[in-house]
Design a protein around this ligand. Structure first.
Ligand code: PGA
Length: 255
């Protein structure tokens, strides 16, 4: 049995006051959600205040990134201890924006994943191909490199605490979504990679989210796919009603 995990990635949106307001709306709207794990990822700046709003609710707190070192001279960065203290449950790692604009590599993804796991938080490991890579027939080699890189040195037990977000880069923020079949095919391939690393039973227990222009209109179709276990939502997570419009179709599905 796998959990359906749906996380809102707010990116660089919302002031602290706006974040508190939206978090309150999500908490109210998600009250009746029983099976889907719902998480929201505000900016670092808003995490502490949003944590207060989420107390006692069924909405989990996520961060958008982390640094792998414990502390020190790393201007602009935030450590895993700092996130843990605030009550962060999930940490998004290796988002394509982080990879393409800020020099994230498979090695830094791996360091961050290990650090987050060492503090008993759950990494949401983002992978996905660009349009050029897909067109050149490199989908499988890119996903293989990213998965093997992210999981290097991780035990099966550690792997069980991870979530993967498969986000085709060409679908992020573009309004273009992978078709249900395209997404399912990539997810099945990724699960196969996990099976090669850890065996089938572990692979069957790791949730793999889809991300990239997921919205209420396409959520049910995507979530119905055998190997799609949730979503990482950008634009549509910035309003409580559209976010919950993606969460609700996940209720009652078993994976
Ligand atoms: P999007 O972003 O839903 O706006 O396409 C998803 C993501 O980047 O996680």
């Amino acid at each position: 049995m796998r959990k359906i995990v749906i996380a809102g990635n707010w990116k660089m949106n919302k002031t602290v006051a706006e974040s508190v307001k939206l978090a309150g709306e999500v908490v109210a709207a998600a009250k009746d959600i029983k099976q889907v794990v719902v998480a929201i990822a505000p900016t670092y700046l808003a995490l502490a205040k949003v944590a207060e709003v989420l107390q006692g609710s069924n909405v989990k707190l996520a961060a958008q990134d982390v640094h792998w070192e414990n502390q020190g001279a790393f201007t602009g960065k935030v450590s895993a201890d700092m996130l843990k203290e605030i009550g962060v449950d999930y940490v998004i790692i290796g988002h394509s924006e982080q990879r393409s604009y800020f020099g994230e590599t498979d090695e830094t993804v791996n360091k961050k994943v290990r650090k987050v796991l060492s503090l008993a938080m759950k990494p949401i490991i983002c992978i996905g191909e660009t349009l050029a890579e897909r067109k050149e027939g490199r989908l499988e080699s890119v996903l293989t490199r990213q998965v093997n890189g992210a999981y290097a040195g991780l035990s099966a037990d550690e792997a069980l605490s991870t979530v993967i977000a498969y986000e085709p880069v060409w679908a992020i923020g573009t309004g273009v979504t992978a078709s249900d079949d395209e997404a399912q095919e990539a997810h099945a391939f990724v699960r196969g990679l996990l099976a090669k690393l850890y065996g089938d039973s572990v692979a069957q227990s790791i949730s793999i989210q889809y991300g990239g222009s997921m919205k209420p209109e396409n959520a049910a179709g995507l979530l119905a796919q055998k190997d799609i276990d949730g979503g990482l939502i950008g634009g549509a997570a910035l309003k409580a009603d559209s976010f919950l419009g993606i969460v609700r179709p996940g209720e009652g599905l078993s994976k």
